[in-house]
Design a binder for this molecule. Structure first.
Ligand code: URA
Length: 273
């Protein structure tokens, strides 16, 4: 591995290069060339490496035991803990203390919710990005600004809707959360919906629609159609998948489809659909 340059401008340029390439998070104090490591060390460390192998290098940052447990075991712990929450405040506190999802340890903040939990509509996105991670609330960046403009077209703002994500911690580099991370976090968003008990759930993007509604089809096939979201306590909530605002920022011509979905939500709120 090359030595880092010592002058300030070269260091800044190196940092900018990494950020532009999507490397915006340091997971450890020292760099590791994983390709140069023997296979056994690269595999997720179940059994600790022998002391002699690690004596010269600082040990990688250890995850708490819960985050390293088998995904099914962690998901069942998550279900158990989420079920105990009797209010949204309790749920947020439980989630903040939950160590089962490794994303917690690379994120700066838990982005639990924004808006009004008493609102008739709950919007659920995928996972926080850099702005949300910094601020600790969902939909704070460019996607959030577009979302606010779309809500405004149907006479709503954040004081009237409740906003959350299926995964409440930022995946490093804004990657898509893995199926395991989603499975671990799902009991919490399910309980959050149950406790907020909105009349309508708007699923923002494919991952939210597929994971909350059990849909197999992609978002372009399911958007704009009403489905039923069933809570664990047996309530049925009308749910509408729509395109994610981040997708609409990349594909502005599709905004007309998003606009149609928001009009459908308006009609439903007015009892006309
Ligand atoms: N995208 C999401 O899905 N959620 C956020 O909070 C921000 C961007």
């Amino acid at each position: 591995m090359q030595d880092a340059p010592s002058d300030r401008d070269a260091l800044q340029a190196l940092l900018d290069f990494h950020v532009e390439a999507g490397v915006d998070l340091a997971l450890d104090e020292t760099p590791h060339n994983r390709f140069a490591e023997p296979k056994a060390e690269r595999a997720p460390a179940k059994a600790a490496a022998p002391a002699s192998a690690t004596a010269s290098a600082p040990p990688p940052r250890a995850l708490p035991k819960a985050a390293a447990a088998a995904p099914e075991e962690v998901a069942s712990m998550a279900r158990e803990q989420a079920r105990h929450a009797q209010s949204l405040e309790e749920l947020e506190a439980i989630l903040a203390g939950f160590d089962g999802c490794a994303l917690k340890f690379s994120a700066k903040n838990l982005a639990f919710a924004d808006g009004n939990p008493e609102g008739r509509v709950m919007l659920v996105g995928e996972a926080p990005g850099a702005d949300e991670d910094r601020i600790g609330k969902p939909f704070m960046g460019r996607s959030g600004q577009l979302l606010d403009r779309m809500l405004a077209t149907i006479g709503l703002d954040r004081s009237q809707v409740y906003v959350a994500n299926i995964v409440p911690w930022r995946p490093p580099g804004n990657r898509t959360p893995t199926p395991q991370e989603i499975a671990i976090c799902k009991p919490f968003i399910a309980r959050q919906i149950e406790l907020a008990s909105p009349e309508f759930v708007l699923c923002l993007g494919g991952p939210a629609a597929q994971n909350l509604l059990g849909l197999k089809d992609g978002i372009l096939r399911t958007r704009g159609r009403w489905f039923t979201y069933k809570t664990e306590d047996g309530r049925e909530i009308r749910a509408l998948p729509t395109l994610h605002p981040a997708y609409l920022l990349r594909q502005p011509l599709q905004k007309r489809l998003g606009w149609r979905d928001f009009q459908a939500l308006r009609r439903a709120l007015d009892g006309r659909e």
